[in-house]
Design a protein around this ligand. Sequence first.
Ligand code: F6P
Length: 367
Amino acid sequence: RRRIGVLTSGGDAPGMNGAVRAVVRMAIHCDCEAYAIFEGYEGLVHGGNMIRQLHWEDVRGWLSRGGTLIGSARSMGFRERAGRMKAAKNMVLRGIDALVVCGGDGSLTGADVFRAEWPGLLSDLIAAGDLSAEQVEPYKVLNIVGLVGSIDNDMSGTDATIGCYSSLTRICDAVDDVFDTAFSHQRGFVIEVMGRHCGWLALMSAISTGADWLFLPEMPPKDGWEDDMCSVITKNRTERGKRRTIVIVAEGAQDRQLNKVSSSKIKDILTDRLGLDTRVTILGHTQRGGAACAYDRWLSTLQGVEAVRAVLEMSPQSPSPVITIRENKIMRTPLMEAVQATKDVTARIENKEFEKAMEMRDAEFKE
Ligand code: F6P
């Protein structure tokens, strides 16, 4: 029986448990055995009881649970070749030669590096006397399949990452709550949302809550933005009778010189120029916790099923795939192509080619 490992890595995201559940159950359905690797790559390096077989009923009720029940960690050990050798040995000893990794672009790149190194790691293990040639013989090829789990929705090649819609829902609920108190006191609120280098959560939440103004990493404000922001807000409050003002700031927002757009600076502008009683609210990790929304339960289940199919259909020559969704269709995309396209967008932003970065983000939706 084929043994398939599954792990979650990087920042947790709602829906990761749904993905693990789907991988476990689809693996069993396809007459394979499923193994959970606990605490991300750390569990692979450590071995022992951090690699455990999961049965059908072990994942019961996981669809609605937040975070990742098999844990996630930033493994320093796996970054070193010596750590990856230990990981390879642990896998061979358990007969695991396929890994489904659910995480962000960094975690998925790590998996692809591991796959490329695999034959060399096995040779070194034989040379060191840790494993015999007979032991490694059945496991000469490592299959890796990626699932993108991240609230940021920052991976190119997929319309949505597992977790992004749950986080968006949580942000919208929080902004609605702030609305009530802002309305009562006729106040302004500057609300900072997560997303790392990506403005998706900020953009979508600003549209979904009808915010007054927005700051994104991909579209830094033009010179004179302070005047523009103040005039829009003044118009909204006077001519349109708005009692509350909401400005959404992506945590990665920056100006055209790549200086961070600070929420407290925006608050000071609203206070000093408009005399608006303003507060800053940083939503923090509340955006990442909690149960997965219906979309993420659905997405993680379909993608987990597809990940197992991909493992079973892969040939040794095929590049590692990442499971994506485009125009509502679950698809397989070469993992490193998606990672490279993601890096290209970040590089454009760092190079101050903001329009190009926006075009590249936009292209994903048009593809
Ligand atoms: O990638 C997910 C994310 O929540 C980002 O939005 C945020 O920048 C980062 O992780 C926070 O990381 P940590 O939990 O390590 O503080």
